[in-house]
Design a protein around this ligand. Structure first.
Ligand code: NDP
Length: 392
């Protein structure tokens, strides 16, 4: 029985609050705090258990410390934006609170992705006897656990890893992103990068593509090579991996709009003077695009995210695929959110549950693949994200 503080009341925060509320034996008290408290109250109103709400600017450590000292949570689940990772970790260290997030730190002024800033907190968390769990969403998160599970049960040695993320859903809008538009567009427009034989190979954005035949009636789709943060931690923690790549599907419509937005400068993250005021074009674009949390009622179809793993077990060469299928409408019926928020909020709750029940315990900063995958895999089946495995 523990008190949890959820920070961020967007699409993912909504699912996380619902799923924690469904598990009162673990999450006995829930506080939901965000920059806009009215959004927290709106989410609390959907849930038939008392959820306390609060206003906080998570980029301000003093505000965070005051909130944590007032509420005294055992754990913070950070599902606001990656820009706030370090201030929230600092506030956790100061107040003695465990920490969990779903996305690695990004400096707002550069679209740069690395765990190095957060890994640098390891000794401070260890000395304080606190645990920080990094990237407990789907990708990173479940994909990290899938890889650890493959390594534990099916392989002596993983040589090649392909993480493949397909959103085969349709929200009916001309252009919308299914999680925070600013973070999504920063991620998709960066250079591609994959790991091969001990070094990183860079590609132009979305320049490398392939086709993958997805299960459960989704069928063949074009997939694009991108950089994704779990590649960095997986090759660090499983140094035997020779090649690690991340792929994502995009509709032609999404790519067409993105190309035009890029061409006209709307995805820039450097400040531009407009009528005497400095604005960041991508932040302005976010303000006019649909809110991902509003896409739930109209999104139909499924997501399919999984890991294709190749390597050896004894003398045998193996090719193994482990994946989850999540239906947008089913997610909406349960928690009033589409599947992309659902597939992130459920693993955030599961990571928190394993920390609070002691199934996952440690002092320091951890990525999910460093911990025993079995209780997490069991919890996925129980809490709405069942997985399937097959040898190809
Ligand atoms: P949204 O934009 O829907 O929500 C973000 C929330 O954070 C909003 O409620 C926003 O408040 C709040 N927020 C922003 N800045 C601050 C601040 N300074 N202080 C307090 N609250 C703040 O994003 P999503 O819910 O779609 O995504 C949330 C996180 O989940 C992101 O970090 C994203 O990268 C991550 N993610 C991870 C995935 C994974 O699989 N690992 C997949 C998808 C997302 P306001 O309403 O005032 O703007």
């Amino acid at each position: 029985m523990a008190k949890v503080l959820i920070i961020g009341a967007g699409g993912v925060g909504q699912v996380t609050a619902h799923k924690c509320a469904q598990n009162p034996d673990v999450f006995s008290e829930i506080v939901l705090a965000s920059r806009t408290e009215s959004r927290c109250r709106q989410i609390a109103g959907q849930i038939d258990r008392p959820i306390k709400t609060a206003q906080v600017d998570a980029s301000d450590k003093d505000q965070l410390v005051a909130l944590m000292e007032r509420e005294k949570p055992e754990l913070v689940i950070h599902v606001a934006l990656p820009y706030q990772d370090l201030t929230i970790m600092d506030a956790c260290l100061e107040t003695g609170v465990h920490y969990l997030d779903t996305a690695n730190y990004e400096p707002p002024e550069h679209a740069t992705y690395s765990y190095s800033w957060q890994w640098a907190y390891h000794d401070r968390f260890r000395e304080r006897g606190l645990m920080a769990l990094l990237g407990s969403g789907f990708d990173p998160g479940v994909t990290s656990v899938f890889t650890a599970y493959a390594r534990k049960h099916h392989f002596d040695r993983i040589e090649e890893l392909d993480i493949i993320d397909c959103n085969a859903g349709d929200h009916g809008k001309p252009f919308a992103t299914n999680f925070n538009p600013e973070i999504n567009i920063r991620e998709v427009t960066q250079k591609g990068r994959y790991y091969k034989d001990g070094r990183w190979v860079e590609t132009d954005p979305l320049a490398v593509s392939d086709e993958f035949d997805f299960p459960d009636g989704i069928g063949p789709r074009k997939i694009y090579l991108m950089y994704h943060e779990e590649l960095e931690s997986l090759v660090r923690h499983m140094p035997e991996i020779r090649q690690a790549r991340f792929w994502m599907t995009f509709s032609d419509n999404y790519l067409k709009h993105l190309e035009i937005l890029q061409n006209v400068g709307m995805t820039r993250i450097d400040p531009v003077k407009y009528q005497g005021v400095e604005i960041i074009p991508l932040q302005f674009l976010k303000a006019v695009l649909p809110d991902p949390a509003s896409l739930g009622p109209d999104t139909h179809g499924k997501t399919c995210i999984g890991c294709l793993v190749q390597g050896t077990k004894g003398d045998e060469r193996r090719k193994y695929y482990v994946y989850n299928i999540c239906d947008h409408q089913q997610a909406y019926r349960e928690v009033k959110s589409q599947a992309v928020s659902y597939t992130t909020g459920v693993p955030a709750m599961i990571g928190a549950k394993l920390m609070l029940t002691g199934a996952w315990r440690g002092a320091g900063v951890f990525n999910l693949e460093q911990l025993d995958p079995d209780p997490f895999m069991e919890a996925l089946n129980k809490h709405g994200l069942p997985w399937h495995e097959t040898f190809l």
